[in-house]
Design a protein. Structure first.
Length: 171
């Protein structure tokens, strides 16, 4: 991401196990979320400025992305998509910057759940805990113009689903 967050000023890079680096997407703005479906065949991606979650086919052998398509479009009045994760059933959980929470979507884009927190700037979410049934929600106090005493806090809930183990780097 460019420090000034100018449209098109960012790119995405891939680090291969041999240490080589490859630019794989250009013309991005605020590259925030990237995660994979449980089978590793689909990557979900957020460039916050687009107000969307995109799905891309993923080839683990070559590390290449194909067939980029939007699966969720978020109304700016509801916040902006930021960090995201996927649960074991393949549902997408996305943090909403200036949206006071996290939403859960089916892979087809249907919203099925919303978790609210008492902070506007929600930055990311991740599953953890011994059974991967805990959802941790991070927040920010950056740029707030009104007081939010718990902004910047870490929130926790158990939404009744489990995440997937973290992928390891092959290098």
């Amino acid at each position: 991401m460019a420090y000034d967050a100018r449209p098109g000023g960012a790119a995405m890079y891939r680090l291969d196990p041999d240490g080589s680096v490859h630019r794989i997407m250009t013309e991005l703005t605020v590259s925030n979320g990237l995660c994979w479906s449980p089978d590793g065949q689909i990557a979900y991606y957020v460039d916050t400025a687009t107000q969307a979650i995109d799905a891309l086919g993923f080839d683990p052998g070559s590390g290449s992305f194909t067939d980029r398509r939007t699966v969720v479009r978020i109304d700016p009045e509801d916040g902006s998509p930021d960090g995201l994760t996927v649960d074991a059933a393949g549902r997408i959980w996305v943090a909403l910057w200036d949206g006071h929470g996290v939403r859960c979507y089916e892979p087809d884009g249907q919203q099925i759940e919303q978790i609210s927190v008492p902070v506007a700037r929600v930055t990311s979410c991740a599953f953890g805990g011994p059974d991967l049934g805990d959802l941790y929600i991070t927040t920010s106090r950056f740029g707030l113009t009104h007081p939010e005493p718990v902004a910047g806090s870490l929130f926790h809930c158990r939404p009744g689903v489990r995440g997937t183990p973290a992928a390891t780097f092959a290098g």
